[in-house]
Design a protein around this ligand. Structure first.
Ligand code: CP
Length: 307
């Protein structure tokens, strides 16, 4: 198989296991490319890509831009905070104006769940969802799966615990879909108030005790508390959250086996994870960031039909 079954990348839910394997295998070739002295290939030199960010980002925005440049695409960047959105322009008008400049692909981050799906129904360009509210963040899940495969040899049969604010996390949902499609067992762990009511229907284990989750898993993916999406209080205080669900070196060193530590970023050091764990030998947080460029190169390359 050399082509994806989808025109866009809107969510992991739409991908087949073969699609995911194709993206990860293609990313492996691109990882080799970006470690060469000349880190660039001409694959997308006839393609123009617009990066539309309606919500803040460090990793995803820079990683997509670098991936596009490594593939020799022409790139334009749009940040809603400094655009005519502030003067009342709608999403469709904004995007149609950008497309009038002959853009082939749109990478979009938006605070509203479903924004990327909505866009795909109204414009001709290929869409890559770079995170839509608390819905999906497909390229994060793909780079997480790539990083697990690289570290442990495969994803199939591995036990992955996703720990923290599951309710507000697009990373959690996309990871659950991706890891299950690749044959992993998935557990979510956090306070009851930060678990979506439908979570058990996704076929994941649900745990409310951090130590039990850590004893069970091969990989712990620690998530940030997304205070910016919380309009009510879901737990008494951050201090209490950290006491019950924060990962520190003492707990990590007391486990019966060595586990891999992941975090999608941004990290709130001292809340969900202490600095000595985030910076430890068991952490692959910066490998995740490095792999993000190769995975996003693979996604753009395959969506452009260059597989
Ligand atoms: N992991 C992630 O999406 O980080 P950013 O919000 O900085 O892009």
């Amino acid at each position: 198989m050399t082509a994806l079954s989808t025109k866009h990348l809107l969510g992991i839910k739409d991908l087949t296991p073969d699609d995911i394997h194709l993206i990860l295998d293609t990313a492996e070739s691109f990882k080799e490319v970006i470690n060469r002295p000349i880190k660039k290939v001409p694959s997308l030199r006839d393609i123009t890509i617009a990066n539309l960010f309606f919500e803040n980002s460090t990793r995803t925005k820079l990683s997509f831009e670098l991936a596009e440049k490594r593939l020799s695409a022409d790139v334009i960047n749009f940040a809603a905070s400094s655009s005519s959105v502030k003067k009342g322009e709608t999403l469709i008008d904004t995007v149609n104006n950008i497309l009038a400049m002959k853009v082939d692909m749109v990478v979009m981050r938006h605070p509203n769940p479903g924004a990327a799906v909505f866009l795909s129904k109204h414009i001709d360009a290929k869409i890559v969802n770079a995170g839509d509210g608390a819905h999906e963040h497909p390229t994060q899940a793909l780079l997480d799966a790539f990083s697990i495969r690289e570290k442990l040899g495969s994803v199939k049969g591995k036990k992955i615990a996703i720990i923290g604010d599951i309710l507000h996390s697009r990373v959690a949902l996309s990871n659950i879909f991706c890891l299950q499609k690749l044959g992993a067992e998935v557990m979510v762990c956090g306070p009851t108030t930060l678990m979506p009511k439908y979570i058990a229907s996704l076929g994941v284990r649900v745990e409310h005790n951090l130590r039990k989750a850590l004893e069970w898993c091969d990989v712990a993916n620690m998530l940030r508390i997304q205070l910016e999406r919380q309009d009510i209080k879901y737990f008494p205080s951050l201090r209490e959250y950290t006491m019950l669900f924060g990962l520190n070196k003492e707990i990590l060193d007391s486990l019966s086996k060595e586990i891999v530590i992941m975090h999608p970023g941004p990290i709130n050091r001292g809340v969900e994870i202490t600095s000595d764990v985030a910076d430890s030998e068991q952490s692959i947080i910066l490998e995740q960031v490095e792999n993000g460029v190769a995975v996003r190169m693979a996604v753009l390359f395959l969506l452009a039909g260059r597989g």
